[in-house]
Write a protein that binds this ligand. Structure first.
Ligand SMILES: C[S@@+](CC[C@H](N)C(=O)[O-])C[C@H]1O[C@@H](n2cnc3c(N)ncnc32)[C@H](O)[C@@H]1O
Length: 348
């Protein structure tokens, strides 16, 4: 839009009377529009921009969340004010088309309204693009002056890799703490850090068999983000030992580890022998101190689905629990463990 406005002043001038700079600007505009058309066409037909435009995308109405950071998200922070710089060295090449396309058709934009989403759906086509909102928002927070509800500039927690590295460097080992994530300093829409002072662990309302549960000791507003789910970092060898056993009851893995979990035992063994390092799976079975979300119980049947008041959000390869509605004091916090946790229940 800025480009159109800046070239608009020359629109009425006869072509042969235009100053050279104006003619060049006009030329850039034409090249830009042609490249844009090529970019859209290639995105729609899935050729050039398979990575950039995994499926049909149009320039407008991208309003649903995306979840993986890619070239797409890495350029997500590119503002329109950078376009003149790009166009100054414009050439109708795929790389340039991709940069421009990413700047104009930012399909992960919905991360800006909800950091918990895993993909954004373009309203007109219904196409969903996966996004990593943590990576997207990390770039966005450093390149824009967006403000959250409390008027503070956006701040994103550290991801699991960074927290783990910091912990190792401080001589504390690979098992990072909540503090290493800087999660309480986070400032984003739909993020109200509940530091644990309004949470209490006691016998579950689901009966003795459910063990302990986590309760709100004071009313929690919607979008309260509870302390991160912490645990012992797991290696591929650990996964090999506990897969498909009750020892998995307290294991949480980042979605990116799903392929690892689907390997055969022989493959996982080979990976382990090859010296594969830690995974983004954590086991909280023995990590119960300062780890209240490890006590959150899950709906085990459809009736219990009515009790759900927290959702699990993966953010920076860390699991956070967030309230999906206002929770009254005294209520047990209940989530949906998903389709593969229970033997006889496929989730809510
Ligand atoms: C992550 S732990 C939750 C904390 C656990 N209740 C405790 O006391 O340590 C998950 C385990 O809690 C129990 N659990 C969770 N939700 C339950 C439910 N709705 N009904 C029965 N048991 C449940 C199951 O044993 C499950 O494997």
């Amino acid at each position: 839009m800025a480009l159109v406005a800046s070239s608009g002043g020359h629109r009425g001038a006869p072509v042969d009377q235009k100053p050279r700079a104006a003619r060049r600007a006009h030329g850039h505009l034409v090249v830009c529009l042609v490249a844009l058309a090529v970019c859209i066409w290639q995105g729609r037909y899935g050729r050039l921009g398979a990575f950039l435009f995994p499926q049909a995308q149009s320039a407008t109405d991208v309003d649903a969340p995306v979840s993986r950071r890619s070239l797409l998200q890495s350029t997500g922070g590119l503002s329109l004010s950078l376009l003149p710089a790009i166009l100054g060295s414009w050439a109708p090449e795929p790389a340039n088309a991709q940069i421009l396309g990413a700047a104009l058709f930012n399909p992960c934009r919905c991360c800006e309204t909800d950091w918990c989403v895993t993909g954004c759906t373009e309203q007109k086509t219904g196409v969903t693009t996966p996004c990593d909102c943590h990576e997207y928002l990390e770039v966005k927070a450093s390149t824009s002056n967006s403000r959250s509800l409390n008027k503070k500039p956006w701040a994103v927690p550290r991801d699991a890799s960074r927290a783990r590295l910091d912990s190792v460097q401080q001589g504390k080992g690979e098992q990072y703490s909540a503090k290493d994530l800087l999660w309480e300093q986070t400032s984003l829409p739909r993020w109200r850090a509940e530091n644990g002072s309004h949470l209490v662990v006691r016998a579950s309302s689901f009966g003795e068999a459910a063990g302990k549960g986590l309760f709100a000791s004071a009313a929690l507003p919607k979008w309260s983000v509870l302390p991160p789910y912490l645990g012992k970092p797991m290696g591929t060898g650990d996964l090999l030992k506990v897969r498909a056993t009750p020892a998995m009851d307290y294991v949480w893995c980042a979605a990116s580890e799903e392929p690892l979990l689907n390997l055969t035992d022989a493959q996982l063994q080979a990976v382990t022998e090859a010296g594969a390092a830690t995974t983004f799976c954590v086991d909280s079975a023995k990590v119960s101190q300062n780890n209240p979300t490890r006590f959150i119980n899950g709906a085990k049947d459809l009736k219990q689905c009515n009790n759900i008041n927290v959702e699990i959000c993966e953010f920076g390869k860390v699991a956070y629990f967030r309230t999906t509605r206002a929770v009254p004091a005294g209520a047990e916090l209940v989530t949906d463990y998903g389709p593969s946790y229970w033997d006889d229940f496929r989730g809510c």
